[in-house]
Structures are given as C-alpha cells and as structure tokens.
Write a protein that binds this ligand. Sequence first.
Ligand code: CO
Length: 425
Amino acid sequence: MKDLLTFIAESPSRFHAVDNLGRELEEAGYTRLSEARTWALETGGKYYVTRNGSALIAFRIPKADFTGFMISASHSDAPTFHIKENAQMKGPESYVRINTEGYGGMLCAPWLDRPLTVAGRVLVKAGEAIETRLVYVDRDLLLIPNVAIHMNRDVNTGMKFDKKTDVIPLMGMGEEEGAFRAILAQTAGCEPEDILGTDLYLCLRQKGLVWGAEEEFISAPRLDDLQCAYGCFRGFLKASGSGSVPLYALLDNEEVGSRTKQGADGTFLEDVIGRICAALGRDRATAVANSFMVSADNAHAVHPNHPEYHDATHRPMMNGGVVIKQGVRYATDGAAQAVFTALCRKAGVPVQHFFNRSDLAGGGTLGLIANAHVSMNTVDIGLAQLAMHSCFETAGSKDTDYLIEAMAVFYSASFWEENGRFTLE
Ligand code: CO
C-alpha cells in the first residue's frame, strides 16, 4: 500500500491521480466499465468507471436489493497555472518563457523561485484515431523568478500579482521556435505535429515531506484535495461488506466551479447512480433516499501566526481528527452532523467543527453542488491544513489515518431514514 506522499508524488496532475487509482483498482480485482457501453452488473461485483480521464467513480454491489449508496466525493484538481496552446514566448532579450493562465484561486507567491515542470495529458494522432497520453516532464524545466528587492522596495508591504506578467515561467535562453513542443513530444513519444490537443499544467518539483520536532506535520503539493481523495479511497478499499453500495467518487474542476462534464455540477455521479439502479432493477428514488454522502475537501487549521482568522469557538487543529464543516456555505445540517459524528465515534476518530468567522465568506464545496443533481443527506468534512491553495501545503501527519479509519467504518455501514429517525447499521 502506497502512502499519501508517494501517491501525491506520482500524481503530478489530475489525470495521473485518476490513472493511479484506476491501476490500483485493477490490481484489487475491479472491473473497468465504459460509459459508452451497456452495463451488466453482478451481485458481489466490483467496478469502476472514469470520465475525461480526470474523474473516477468506483463501487461494489452487495446484493440486488441494496439499501442505498454510501458515497464519498472529493476532487482531483488543484489550483495551478494552465499552459496555453501557443505556449512558447520569445523575449525580452534572449529569454524564452511559457505562456500560462491561472487555474483556480491560487496563492501566487509560493510559486516563485522554485523548480517547476509540466504535467497533464496530450492528445496524439494515431492513424485515424486520437490517443490520450499522460505527460510528466521529469526534470527541472521551469522557474518563475522574483524581482529583486532593490527594484521593488515595496514588495514586502503588499504585492499585487499580475497574471500576464508576474507569474510567467522562464524556460531558457535562445531556444528555437518549437523547443517546448519538442520536449512535450519527446516525453509523449510522438512527433510534435502529431500533438492535436493538450491539457497541461505547471507543477512543483518539490516532493512531499514529513517534518517538525516530533514529525507532526506533512507538507506537499495538492494536499487539497488529494489528502481527502486518498484517505477516502483507502477507507473505501478497507471497508467490509454492508447492505449498501459503497461508492467512491473523485470529481474534477472543483477549483473552477465544477461546471464541467467531469465536475460535481456535471452528470457523472447521477448517471452512475441511475445506471446501477437500472442494471439491478432497483428503484432509484428509494435508493437515493437511503443514501448518505461525505463531501470530503480539506479544511482550514488555526494559523500559528494568524489565529484571529478563525471563529471564536470553532478552531480546528492539525492532528485533531476529522473536521465537520458547518454553516450556511456547506451542505452539513444537524442530521448529517449527527450521523457522521456517530460513525466517527464508532471508528474511534476524534471530530472537530469548523464554522466560518461570521464576517468571512470562506470557500464552497462540491457537496452542495452535487446535491443539486442527486439530493441526499450530506456532510461536508475535511482535514485541517495550513496555506490552502499554496503550491506547497501543510497538514497534520496523523490526520490521514483518522480519515481512513472513519471512512472504513462509513463504507461498512448502511443508512436509512424514516420520519426523522436515522439508522446506521
Ligand atoms: Co478543495
């Protein structure tokens, strides 16, 4: 079993993350389904399906008259910079830079003065067809240099980042036109002219690490949300059988609003739920009514230098266990809170609570968005972390295991509701 930091290192883009999970599911005996074919599902069967190569849903069928769905949903994407099509830019002077646009709401400053490279997928002409190839340029290829303090004396009292200027990575000096394309083609094992389309993003070369006097902390790229994606996945694989369908969902594009075919505001989750019900002759409405969703996306830990940003009485700490996110911005209500708290007690996992400070807006989650498509009891949770949306984030070294334990118990359970009485079995 790979640990979290290895999984993150081997998942430099969302496409790699989905590919890695798919490979592990294959090894665990899961059958890959195609959305383009009819599904014949069997009792006791284990299946997974991907959409766009960047979202994945895995599930197990316990019996044809299953109770409902026990679902976790997390996201595969993270804030970064998207590489534009005509990427190579000449000048100023002999410099060669790579043109990008922002993807998601990133902290810009951490991206500067660090070795970077490119990861994602390219679509390659293969005879009459077009093939997907994952790309990770495994070398220190790019860097975004800061301006010296001598030329910008005000930088430490407030820096405004202009995305067309301040965060453009440098690749070299004097390279020929097409040099970047040639590197991509070489990595993908094709000719430059055979690359017909790309989805490529900047990624940090720095690997994740464990640190602190007593190794309290982990720092790594993309902890939001690969830490939850990984913890839910481990819990999903670890769970023993229940009368419900355990369903693991990893969705894309949360950082840009989820409104894509592979995002929480697309139809992927509802399509899969509908097809499972149809294949097994199970009534969809009653199955969904007996379902429960854990929307898992990281939460803010109290900041050591800025504790004032947290609410007075809701102050999650790293290594303090799973955080239940509550308040008007979240899907969690008292019932979902109660159900999830009971599950965590059963798992021996501590629970903390997060509310936004009342004058701060906070971020959204995919729980509410997914609920507009398939509506069910939903709790928003996360693991406490610092520096959310930095390219190198920090979390507690113990919390991933807490999430795995909680999700193993969750995925071993069935849920139903009758007139305000909630039963977990
Ligand atoms: Co997130």
